[in-house]
Design a protein around this ligand. Sequence first.
Ligand code: ZN
Length: 246
Amino acid sequence: MRTLIFSDVHGNIEALNAVLKFAKKHRIDRYVCLGDLVGYGASPNDTIQKIQSLKPLIAIRGNHDKAVTDMEAIETFNPVAAAAIAWTKAHIAKKNLEFLQSLPRGPLTVDNEFIVCHGAPFDEDFYIFGEFDADEAFDYMKVPLGFFGHTHFPVIYTKRDEGVECQFLAGPINLLKFEKGLSYLINPGSVGQPRDRNPRAAFAIYDHDLKQVRFHRVDYEISEAQKKIRAAGLPPALAERLTHGL
Ligand code: ZN
């Protein structure tokens, strides 16, 4: 069994298509989306329809999905993010809005084997930004494996007897082989708006039989995504940052 784990697509269909093109060449049995399907990017409808077409799919909502569906107050967003939410609300098709509304709140436990959440297991909007946060998150996990998104940083937190260890992912491919008795909290990074100074789309493939997670980055047509953002009248900074992976 191989599961594609991806997060934070943010309406970037070019990045999502590149990820799925890669996935097609590798056997994928299941798709897990960790939220924030929309916001920032100019292709919310194409993105939602593409994600909805993935089968079998497990998906949860992110804070941007909630903001677009009026489940979260926009006051918590910075001006650029808020402008993108307003734009997305004005352009999203009704059936796609309904799909966002139907997304469950994390955490979800899958097959009694791993959990998925957007932010943290104790709060879907919380940012896990270090060992201290991760340590608290581990306390809420009844299974030894969890996947989260929200920060747009690919990272592995490992819980050992001595404490929590943090490992940032760099380079084109990285592999994590599970060690017996340890617990892991993993962020696959962001498909549509990476923020680790690497502009390539980030995602991970969890191989249940080999007990390992492989982290990937793929190139995509950044200029095409940027062209759409500018043409849509979204804040130009949202196009610019994609070049730098910020
Ligand atoms: Zn996000």
